[in-house]
Design a binder for this molecule. Structure first.
Ligand SMILES: [Ca+2]
Length: 397
């Protein structure tokens, strides 16, 4: 009985061997496909993580949060500087080094991804797009993700944001942000006149403009710099952009510099003022000094600005004759903070550059250029010249 019971409750050696062999065959078939599945899932997760982080980098760049004013540089942004929806972790392990690489292409930015994690898995420089595919994931990446020859797209300068504070440094000095950023809101004034100035331009109820609200300048909406585009320039270098006192309008480009015109007259001792009274011969004393506007890289003698020329006004207004009444109606960014708006707002006129023995000024009540004699008094309003690299570029949305 004992023998029979033993046989019924267990397996013979042959039966056990058969089971082991069958299991072994099953393992041989199943294991490679399971491994492949895990690997593919991880690769997909790796790519998703990278795309999420690149999306975060795009937000940072679009919001102007990064110090990336040099359009001729290849920027490396460490992922620690980027907020992303997913964790900044590779499915294979913690990232050892990972960067989003950004270059400016003239119209917008190109984004690349490069990474290496603690297991040695990584992606060599891959452009964001559908091209970031599984084949980009390499297990044999070279040591050192950033090499001297890693400047992309002919951008010969490499800038790496510091992981601690996510800023770039040149020889230990922090690189400033754009000196001029795109104005997000245009300045407006209510037309309070009942004749001349803004009233004659048509800013009145039932008038040609259909409103008493005057809007100065244009919102930047193109990669082509256009007269009247509104910028806020941190001319005094205090790190902030005051849309009242540091509003500027693009006028023209001279070589690699943009000429921008202040929205305010300037009075030397007290900074920006709306009201100035002095004869032409004093104008040079009244322009901002390089100490007052220390962030402006072009200087004229010891001044940070100069007067506009008659030709610059003609070009910016797209008019050959600017001496007829209303000539500046379509470019009234020349008239902000003058008596164009009300009897209480600033001087009637603004000096422009002397030509030979001729004196000219912008005349706000008649909205045109007038020639005058040197006993006249007018405000002094600076034009600045700023390197094109220092102006925030427009990114089409
Ligand atoms: Ca400022």
């Amino acid at each position: 009985m004992n023998n029979i019971k033993n046989i019924k409750n267990g397996f013979t050696l042959i039966e056990l061997l058969a089971v082991i062999i069958i299991l072994g065959i099953l393992m041989i078939i199943a294991v490679p496909s399971v491994t492949s599945y895990i690997s593919d899932t991880r690769k997909a997760a790796y790519i998703d993580t990278a795309k999420n982080i690149i999306s975060g980098a795009r937000n940072l760049v679009n919001e102007g949060e990064l110090d990336m004013f040099n359009t001729n540089a290849t920027y490396y942004i460490p992922i620690s500087c980027i907020n992303s929806e997913n964790s900044n972790k590779s499915p294979y392990g913690e990232f050892d080094k990972a960067y989003v690489i950004v270059t400016f292409n003239g119209n917008g930015y190109n984004y690349y991804w490069v990474s290496r994690d603690e297991t040695g898995q990584g992606v060599k420089q891959a452009k964001l797009s559908d091209k970031l595919v599984e084949d980009d994931i390499e297990s044999d990446i070279e040591e050192g993700l950033i090499k001297p020859d890693s400047a992309l797209e002919g951008k010969n300068e490499i800038k790496i944001l510091d992981e601690k504070d996510c800023k770039t440094y040149i020889d230990g000095d922090e690189v400033p942000k754009y000196k001029c950023i795109i104005a997000t809101t245009l300045n407006t004034k209510t037309c309070e006149l009942t004749s001349g100035g803004c009233y004659a331009s048509g800013y009145r109820e039932g008038g040609p403009k259909g409103t008493k609200t005057i809007t100065f300048g244009k919102k930047v909406d193109s990669t082509t710099l256009t007269p009247g585009f509104a910028y806020d320039c941190d001319v005094n270098g205090d790190g902030s952009y005051n849309s009242n006192t540091e509003r500027f309008y693009y006028i023209t480009t001279i070589e690699d510099k943009a000429v921008l015109f202040s929205s305010h007259n300037f009075e030397g001792s007290n900074g920006q003022q709306d009201v100035n009274i002095f004869p032409y011969n004093d104008f040079e004393d009244k322009l901002p000094t390089v100490e007052q506007w220390g962030n402006v890289d072009s200087t004229f003698e010891d001044k940070a600005g100069r007067l506009l020329t008659l030709n610059e006004i003609k070009t910016a207004c797209n008019k050959t004759n600017v001496t007829v009444d209303g000539a500046l109606d379509d470019c009234n960014f020349f008239l902000e903070n003058t008596k164009y708006e009300s009897n209480n707002s600033g001087r009637t006129a603004i000096w422009i550059k002397k030509e030979g023995s001729s004196l000219y000024r912008i005349q706000s009540n008649t909205r045109r250029i007038t020639s005058v004699n040197n006993s006249s008094t007018s405000g002094v309003r600076p034009a600045i010249e700023i390197s094109l690299d220092s102006i925030e570029p427009y990114i089409s949305q």
